[in-house]
Design a protein. Structure first.
Lengths: 192, 192
DNA sequence: ACCTGAACACCGTTCAAGT
DNA sequence: ACCTGAACACCGTTCAAGT
């Protein structure tokens, strides 16, 4: 890659991160290009679709989350691991408004640039759930798809301004539905 | 209202209902106008915003839901009433793709044309929840806001194509988290 | 009163022209 | 190889001109 191309690319990513943080995931690509001082066509050349841009923006964060899941498999009890990881993922979705909707959509079609990352997250959750289920600390009548659906649904909810005040409690409600053999006090104790 | 205006209005509503049913709630207003054989400006004259149009589209259905809640207060036990109403509301959101997102957004600002209907639904749910809580059949540590958030979150989830196959089960997971002193079999028995 | 085409400022996509 | 302005087909909003 040429030097100026490299510079443009990193410039775009830096600015995009800031703009998305303040405006949400549905900012116009034109706005991002303007703020990054590049032509719109240049932005589209580096990231042909909005999802391609977000894949580049989020991949390190998402990779860290799947890595975290692997670590938790040995560093924490099955139920604690699931609980901690669940909360981290919801925290992640809260850091970028509108990103959950995109992930849920990307999760559907393999052509999306975000598909691989979403699949990895999905897989991580499924493994943590399976471990907790085999120990009897997570309810047996749900699977990885359900877990992913609940997490993204929760992520969507806390994206809505009117639900923000109850965000922590909503997480508690859902997690206490997933975990079994656990006093409510335990589940509630640690808030995000 | 003049005769031609009346005719246009009902024509728009009929067509809009069909178009939204097949394309989802984010169809362009232009498309609706085209399909209804009226000028775009005419559509905008009758319904100055997309939410105004949807308020007209959904109000009878939403009114029926709040009415249903009132009936259930006397015709069913507290937990059954909550369960039945919850399921009906989720069913409703499934009948119009993308409508939950709009309702959640409308729920935030009183200026929205959908605000009143959303508030009524919210209120209905809160009353059913309160009744179940006073009888000890719904968990005490949640309120009407939580219920509304859970319902819309679930509605959003089942709007995503990838989550549709698990829709019934997701409803079961959430409702069994809300209701207490209830065997899992009972909650699961009746599926949507 | 009510309808409507047209102008406007936006959007994402595409491409020929520049360096 | 890479950048970019411009043209394109879309969108929702607004309004002057028509009946």
């Amino acid at each position: 890659m040429r030097a100026d191309a490299q510079k443009n690319r990193s410039q775009i990513l830096t600015i995009a991160r800031a703009v998305v943080a303040e405006q949400g995931a549905d900012v116009s690509m034109r706005d991002i290009a303007r703020r990054a001082d590049v032509g719109l066509a240049t932005l589209l050349r580096h990231f042909p679709t909005r999802e391609a841009l977000f894949e580049a923006l989020l991949c390190t964060h998402l990779d860290a989350l799947t890595q975290k899941a692997v670590e938790l498999e040995t560093s924490a009890s099955a139920d604690e691991a699931l609980l901690i990881w669940f909360r981290e993922l919801v925290l992640f979705t809260r850091s970028y408004r509108g990103v959950v909707a995109m992930m849920a959509a990307a999760h559907t079609n393999p052509d999306s640039a975000l598909y691989a990352s979403c699949a990895a997250v999905h897989e991580s959750g499924a493994r943590l759930l399976l471990r907790a289920q085999s120990e009897g600390t997570a309810r047996a009548d749900m699977n990885g798809d359900d877990l992913f659906a609940l997490i993204t649904a929760l992520g969507w909810a806390v994206d809505q301004p009117s639900f923000v005040p109850r965000a922590d409690h909503l997480v508690h409600l859902i997690t206490s539905a997933i975990l079994t053999n656990r006093s409510r006090y335990d589940v509630k104790k640690a808030t995000i």
